[in-house]
Design a protein around this ligand. Sequence first.
Ligand code: HEM
Length: 428
Amino acid sequence: MTSSDDIPPRPSRRGFLAGAAGGLAAAVSGAAQAATATPPPAVPAAPADTEPFWGAHQAGIVTPQQSHCYFTAFDLTAKKRDEVVSLLQRWTAASARMTAGLTATALDLDPAQPATDSGEALGLKAARLTLTFGFGPGLFEKDGHDRYGLAARRPTALVDLPRFNGDQLQPERTGGDIAVQACADDPQIAFHAVRQLARLAYEAADIRWAQAGFVSEPGKQTPRNLMGFKDGTGNPDVDDPKATTKLIWSDDEGPDWMRGGSYLVARRIRIALEHWDRMKLAFQEQTIGRHKYSGAPLGLKDEYAPLNLEATDKDGNPVIPENAHVRLAAAATNDGAQLLRRGYSYNDGVNFTAERWPPWRQGMEYDAGLFFLAYQRDPRAAFIKIFERMSKFDMLNQFVTHTGGGIFACPGGAAEGEFVGQRLFQSV
Ligand code: HEM
């Protein structure tokens, strides 16, 4: 058996193909034991292509957004707590390797064995891959059973999300015991990472649902969502430690294992793009409360100008309408509630759809929209607080339908040598 554990980073594609061809020839000649696949040459990964995996916080939360996301929620099938621990150990080891640009596990070139890595990332860079893990309510208790002896350790902030006005959540796209958010500047790298983790989860966890998403050129400008509006302008400043401490990272109000962690609310939100595209520009801008092209608040020119919620026009009407999205979302109208949005557009082809709003169009429509991902210190004081009112009054509601999602407690980051979530299991 040839192991390339010591090959940093991923072997080049050419080297892998050479090895694969050698292995095939050996298998064909029936001389598998004689396979002489040589470890392929190393390709040094530029540090700029990698994001650190170890640390006080998990990567993928305040990390500058990558262009692609592959999000997967798993149902645990493990019977015992030790099996969950072992899964998290395997996942942590593989994640540390893949985020550093390596294969998930040491590449085993034994032609008589299935490959230890599916191979589609060979020769590619790490593409700033981050893997972020979150624990759903089902890890702590499922159908009334304390499966892993963790029920008493469920954080009070990890509530079951209430049913919101207009929710059309599909069970097959909702919930999950453990979520993995894979983000990278290359969709193949993000998918590859989840695919390896899913393989390593055999016998311990099954995929429940998954969602791929994209944004264009994050970091260069505020990305535009599929409605054509800049999305992310009003986010808290993640470079300001005061803001991240206050709004994103859990501290001593929760269990020890959540310190430095954050709560994720995911929502798959379909947008009726055909309906939206028939709206006048002025109406679209009133719906959002910002100008479409500049991204500035209505009545202003600068994208980053603060929202002036008091401004009125010559007739005394608010410049930003009462039920505009940004007014209902703003901290100023939500007792200071704020969250960090890190969403991705999604595009899943077309489906036969009956719209819920006039003109009640029926036909093949895009299944496309926003895969909303938001991190916060406490969902009760952030997502739930904001969305409770928004789901009833937002003008945007006539164009959007929430079709899936979940809530997950993302533990603090792991130090090298630990596994993700270790403190949760240790302190039981
Ligand atoms: C498909 C659904 C949605 C779309 C298309 C959308 C789009 C937008 C846009 C264009 C902005 C203005 C630019 C910006 O500040 O980023 C915005 C702001 C915002 N949205 Fe959404 N959004 C959606 C769903 C939600 C949901 C479900 C929440 C839940 C709480 C939310 C919370 C916010 C917040 C907090 C702001 C910033 C408001 C401020 O200026 O303080 N959005 N959104």
